[in-house]
Write a protein that binds this ligand. Sequence first.
Ligand code: GAF
Length: 383
Amino acid sequence: MNPKLTAEIVKRFQDKFKTQPLVLHSPGRINLIGEHTDYNEGFVFPAAINKGIVGAIEKAEKPYCTVIANDLDEEYEFSLNTIKPIANGQWRNFVVGVVGELQKRGVELEPFNFVFGGDIPKGAGLSSSAALENSVIFGLNELFNLGLSKKEMIEISQKAEHNYVGVRCGIMDQYASMFGEKDRALLLDCRTLKAKTYPLEFKDYQVMLINTNVSHNLVDAEYNDRRDVCEKVAKLLSVNFLRDATEAMLNSIKHQLYEDEYQKALYIIQENERVLKAGKMLEEKNVLGFGKLLFEAHYGAQHQFKISCKELDFLVDEAQNNPHVIGARMMGGGFGGCTINFVKTEAVKSFSDDISKKYRKTFKKECSIYFVKLSQGTHFTNN
Ligand code: GAF
């Protein structure tokens, strides 16, 4: 993690509250393949990364909670007796959402102080929200001896996002952030919450993220709309989730669906298959086959599920035209954020320079390039 950031957060906490906090790190995530499959109880392939949220937490001596968002230099005080979603509350809803969901379970908390900051670029689709939710629940669990398992904690984080932030997200982001493993990606079955872990052994290739700097906003209704479509088709098929559907089943009700709904459901069925295939490809060390799946996944996200945007499409097209990039696709909820690319190590510099220049020329703005390491999930750093 980022020692400078950790030191800054601890200092801010101590300056303000004069006590020694518990310090924790909660990572963001990448996703190799499998978008919007999680809330269909399907498969995803994320990994926690070495960018995330650093939190410092301790019991408060005052009768109310104080939370400081260090990066924004914003402070929020609230009473535990009046927890509810805050209109335009932004980061505040991630914090009070976790508190509210704990209270729904009958947990009685005492006031606490919490300072957090992060190095995940906001709106980049790297799950700063899940990292923040997880940092709050992980800290509270320890502080008040709540005895929650990691699975219970991520359910609370997810519910906070549903009920306080308004995004009916799946479980991928919270899972990856909590359960991440160093140097490994997690092929997760979102129904059983069992994951098989894979080392990312791409000899000669590097994972490169390119941020469109188009900030996606999941509340923007589009995300929830996609979920509604999936649920509608699942209902027509008399299955609980599209995870249980096949192409043949879908074709049998095609006449009852708009073409758009058909394509979206088809994308989910095919994307689930791609995730499982991707696991096999990694086992067989078939890097090129793996990369090809990524391009296919992007095509599905762009044309069938319609969650891409012109900037993401441009970056993936450029990657596909470059012989040194074996796979690329948009990553996360969509409508902005990053692409994930697998690039030949010796060509990383030339590809970065080339794509940055072309992006600037086409969109009159900059893209940003990140290299990340796969890291451990949410953990305390001082005990
Ligand atoms: C967002 C959501 F939070 C996840 O649950 C997942 O659905 C993802 O979009 C798309 O795969 O990150």
